[in-house]
Every structure is written in C-alpha cells, then in structure tokens.
Design a protein around this ligand. Structure first.
Ligand code: FAD
Length: 423
C-alpha cells in the first residue's frame, strides 16, 4: 500500500492532540491526527481552569464552546470534614484571563475540539491506532491499524499526544511513578444531584474525608461528575466491586451523601489507578510530546486539560519555528522542554503541599497578606503557565515558608503533621 504522507503526524485526538493539530493546520502545514477511539467517548476530567479560555480563544473555537451549553464556574469550594475547615475561592477579576470558566462533559468537549481541528484543515483518522514507529534522518514512519485495515504513514515530524498511554515513553523511554500520589480513583456521572444556588451553582466542590477526597463537578443538563480519590490503604482494605466501594465511600463522606440524595447514576462506575507519573523523553530528533503523555500527577486542581492544551500550544510554536528553518534535532527543542517543566512545577509543588495538614490549615483559612490569596488564585486559574510575576513567586515562597512554620507549631502541640499521602 502506498504510504500516506504529512508534514506532522499527531498520535491522539484528545485536547492536546486537537490543539496542536489546529494551530499547525491553521499555519499551513499538512497535519494528520490518528485517534484510536470513536468519539464521543466517556472521559474523566470535566473541570477546567480559567486560563483555558485564553487557549480556546487563540484556537478560534471559543464561540463554539460558548454555544455548547456548558456549566459556567466562578470558583472552587473546599470542605475538610475531618477538621470542619472550608473555604470558597472565587477566581479574580482583572487578570489576563476571565474570572470564570466551564465544566464540560469531556465526551462532548473533546469531540468539539477534534471537529474544530478537522475544520481548520487537519486530516483525522478515527478509529486509528498507531502501533509502530520508526525514526530516520528524514522523518518518521508509523504503522496504523484502523479496523481491519493497516496503513503506513510517513511524516516529517511527530507529536505524541497519546495521553496516559505515553506512546513514545513506552517505546523509546520510560515512565516513572510518582510515589504516594495517584492511588485509586472511582467516578461516575449522576443526574438530579443537589445544585448550589446562584453564582455558586457551577463551583467545583472538593470534600476531604478520612478515606481520601471527593470531587463534585456540576455540568449542564443537570449532570454532575462525582468521583473519589482514595488512599491506598482504603482501596486495599476493600475486596468488593467498584460500585460497593464507591457507595461505601459516599456513606463515609457526610456532605456527599447528603447532597447526592436520590440522584440517579447514569454511567457505570469507572476506576483508574496509579495515575501519577512522569515520562521521558519529552523531546527528540523529529518529535515532541504534549499533555498527559509527558506527565500527570493529581486531579485536585483541575489542571490536566489546561496543561495538555498549553503544552500543545507551545509545541505548535516550536514546530513552526523548526519548519521555518528546516532543523528538527532534539537540541533545538530543549527550550520547549524547559518551558514545560517550569509551567508544570508550580502545580506539582502545590499538589504535594495540599496533602499536608499544616498547609491545608493555611489554605482553608486564607488571609490576604502579602498577596498570598492572589498567588494561590493565580496557580488555581492556570496562570503559572501563562505569566508568573516575581511578586506571585515571592508570595508563594512565603506561603510555603509559613506552612513549614505551622508544621513545627503543630508538632510541638502534638497535632498530626503527617502528609495525607503517607497513609
Ligand atoms: C481521576 C482523574 C480526574 C481528572 N480530573 C480532571 C479535571 O477535573 N480537570 C482536568 O482538566 N483534568 C482532569 N484530569 C486529567 C485529564 O483527564 C487529562 O489531563 C487530559 O485528558 C489530558 O489530555 P491529553 O490530550 O494529553 O490526553 P487524552 O485526553 O488522554 O487524549 C489522548 C488520546 O490519545 C488516544 N491514543 C492513545 N494511544 C493512541 C494510539 N496508540 N493511537 C491512536 N490514538 C491513541 C486516546 O484514545 C485519547 O483519546 C483527571 C485525570 C484523572 C486520572
């Protein structure tokens, strides 16, 4: 069979793949996306962060998203059932991004983004699973299976947007698990779950309890995504079916049990485990990696879709520059790798601290001194991957410093200091 050809081949049609494909096709490159699954398909990860709106605008898809009937979200409500502490953060006005965003059923949202890429000129093969890859000095050859058909595709450049599959890491590099994080998550969609009134309706809610924490993401059409991230010991102690474990956790978390009431579950209970990792390589001769195929750590701050789309946007800029001067060696992509590392690290630091009681004390009783609340909201909005002014970095350093002092105070008072991740 004669191989098909393109300038850039993209593995995966999730938010990362659609974003890079759209930008490259709009700039005039020939782009082919291979997506293994038929859309729409169920996917976890419905809560977006406000800076995503900038990315949707730059993709030229914002108006379509705005017509999608998605639930608007102005903030995030945290409640720790063990300590009784709780706080609602509202995204700030006057930032380079709006003070709101959406909660989106990913089946619908991902299909919309991929369709947009197609309309902007990318060729999308679906279902089409990439099985083999060979690099040479002039490009890359892919072996693709689409139903009973096999095809060979030849491209000058490859983007790995294969999400948690980590296509290239599995073949050329490796995946390193992040210790203690990413234990077990169980989740489903419900209809008829309780809604907060007014502007709070779309708030993502996080309920911490002794078994782990629940997310509660209200979406349009009276749908709510509810999921629980469990400590390893809790999951280990339970041999039964996921449904029984999920129900047992609902009964252990008072707020979720109360708000769920007689809501009807409209999807199966999905389960995922060991989802915290970092992959290598991120760049190489004639390839770049974006989104979850680089790393994923924890869903607590709803950053996954944003990071996938932002890394894809940065990748598109990098690839266009490479095509402009015809050089595709790994060395010229080192700046992309550094930029991605800098953008991800505030999220990862925050995530680790979040599980420490001494930090949670401060986080759930925020005082707006030295711009600390603003700095927290910057990270929660996705701003750290867009613009991280010096004063924001200093405020975060101060916050983490205060958390260390609080650890010392708690230890002296005989109160728990152990990170919840150690359980
Ligand atoms: C428990 C949990 C909760 C989460 N909650 C949130 C949240 O609230 N908000 C948020 O922003 N993020 C959340 N996330 C993360 C979010 O789902 C991901 O970060 C996001 O989907 C990453 O986008 P991506 O494009 O990199 O990968 P994906 O969306 O995973 O897309 C990758 C695509 O590649 C395709 N693919 C893989 N291998 C191949 C192959 N060989 N050939 C062809 N196609 C292939 C797959 O079918 C898939 O469609 C959560 C994650 C978990 C685990």
């Amino acid at each position: 069979m004669t191989p098909t050809t393109s300038d850039v081949a993209v593995i995966g049609g999730g938010p990362g793949g659609s974003t890079v494909a759209t930008h490259l096709a709009r700039a005039g490159l020939s782009v082919v996306v291979f997506e293994r699954e038929v859309f729409p398909r169920f996917k976890v990860g419905e809560s977006l962060v406000p800076a995503t709106m900038l990315l949707l605008e730059r993709l030229g898809v914002l108006e379509r998203v705005e017509r999608g009937g998605y639930q608007v979200k102005y903030g995030a409500t945290f409640l720790d059932e063990e300590t009784g502490l709780g706080h609602t953060f509202y995204f700030l006005r006057g930032m380079p991004w709006p003070n709101w965003t959406y909660n989106v059923p990913r089946a619908d949202f991902d299909a919309l983004l991929l369709d947009h890429a197609r309309k902007q000129g990318a060729v999308v093969h679906q279902p089409a699973a990439v099985g083999g890859v060979t690099f040479d000095a002039a490009g890359v050859t892919l072996d693709v299976a689409s139903g009973d058909d096999r095809l060979t595709h030849r491209a000058r450049f490859l983007v790995d947007a294969s999400g948690r599959d980590g296509f290239l890491a599995g073949r050329l590099g490796r995946r390193v698990r992040v210790p203690n994080l990413g234990k077990v998550a169980l989740f489903a969609h419900y209809r008829g779950a309780d809604r907060f009134p007014g502007v709070e309706e779309g708030n993502v809610r996080i309920y911490l309890f002794d078994g782990g924490w629940f997310w509660w993401i209200p979406m349009g059409g009276d749908l709510t995504s509810i999921g629980v991230v469990l400590h390893a010991r809790v999951a280990r102690a339970h041999a039964g079916a996921p449904e029984a474990l999920f129900e047992a956790m609902v009964q252990r978390c008072r707020a979720v049990a109360d708000h769920l009431g007689a809501a009807e579950r409209v999807t199966p209970i999905h389960r995922t485990a060991n989802f915290a990792y970092t992959n290598t390589p991120v760049v190489g001769d004639r390839f770049l990696v974006v989104g979850d195929a680089i790393a994923f750590v924890d869903p607590i701050f709803s950053s996954g879709v944003f990071i996938a789309m932002r890394t894809a946007e940065l990748a598109a800029d990098t690839i266009l520059a490479a095509f402009a001067d015809g050089r595709f060696s790994a060395r010229r992509f080192a700046a992309y790798e550094r930029r991605v590392g800098r953008g991800m690290s505030p999220f990862f630091t925050f995530i680790n601290r979040y599980y420490e009681p001494a930090f949670l004390d401060l986080f759930l009783r925020p005082r707006n001194v030295f711009g600390m609340v603003r700095a927290v909201l910057n990270v929660l909005s996705g701003g750290s991957f867009i613009r991280m002014p010096l004063r924001v970095r200093l405020s975060l350093t101060l916050l983490f410093g205060l958390a260390r002092i609080n650890t010392w105070v708690r230890r002296r008072a005989g109160r728990p200091v152990e990170s919840r991740l150690e359980w």
